[in-house]
Design a protein. Structure first.
Length: 199
């Protein structure tokens, strides 16, 4: 809503500055000074509006130059030590879904920022039915034909590949728990072991 409002403000200010500049240019000798003042003001408004749009698309702090925190560096490449949600499921969702479903931009009131927000679901209810991939809206949406208006990811973003889809399906079928287990603690089917190794 703030980004939309600032879009209106930007448009209004740009036209007002253009109109006033034209009038003052022909009436006063201070037109050049006014030109620079209005240009700086309009540029500031455009920058702020663009920043709000960037935050919606890429999440808060997308312009941050801070080094990753220790929390961000927790992800492991060791399959035996990897956690199911943190190291396997969440990276898939981050890559393919988070541009529309994050803590800042919750399309359909749905966020994949954490296990808690994922299990909470969106305005149409839960997107995951633990133990039932076929009944889970998440799986239904990613398996629709690309031409279907309900297909996800939307807006021609890259779809999940077959490996990612099989991993998500396996995860939901096994029963989704808030407790994040290590892969080494689970009995994995051979085909899923191969998918995880490929991922």
């Amino acid at each position: 809503a703030r980004h939309q409002l600032m879009g209106y403000v930007t448009t209004t200010m740009a036209f007002a500055a253009w109109f006033l500049y034209r009038k003052i240019l022909f009436g006063f000798q201070t037109g050049q000074r006014f030109k620079w003042i209005t240009a700086v003001v309009v540029l500031g408004i455009i920058s702020y509006t663009g920043h709000l749009g960037g935050s919606l698309t890429h999440g808060e702090g997308y312009l941050s130059f801070n080094p990753p925190s220790s929390k961000d560096l927790q992800r492991t490449k060791d399959v035996n030590q990897a956690l199911v949600f943190r190291d396997l499921i969440h990276p898939i969702l981050e890559d393919k879904c988070a541009s529309c479903h994050n803590s800042s931009k919750k399309k359909g009131r749905l966020s994949f920022a954490s296990m808690e927000s994922l299990l909470k679901g969106g305005k149409h209810g839960p997107v995951i039915e633990s133990g039932d991939p076929a009944g889970s809206e998440l799986i239904k949406r990613i398996q629709l034909p690309v031409s279907d208006k309900k297909f996800m990811p939307a807006d021609n973003k890259p779809p999940l590949n077959s490996t990612e889809t099989r991993i998500l399906t396996w995860w939901i079928r096994g029963g989704v728990s808030k407790e994040d287990n290590k892969l080494a603690e689970l009995t994995l089917p051979d085909d899923i072991k191969e998918d995880i190794a490929n991922f």
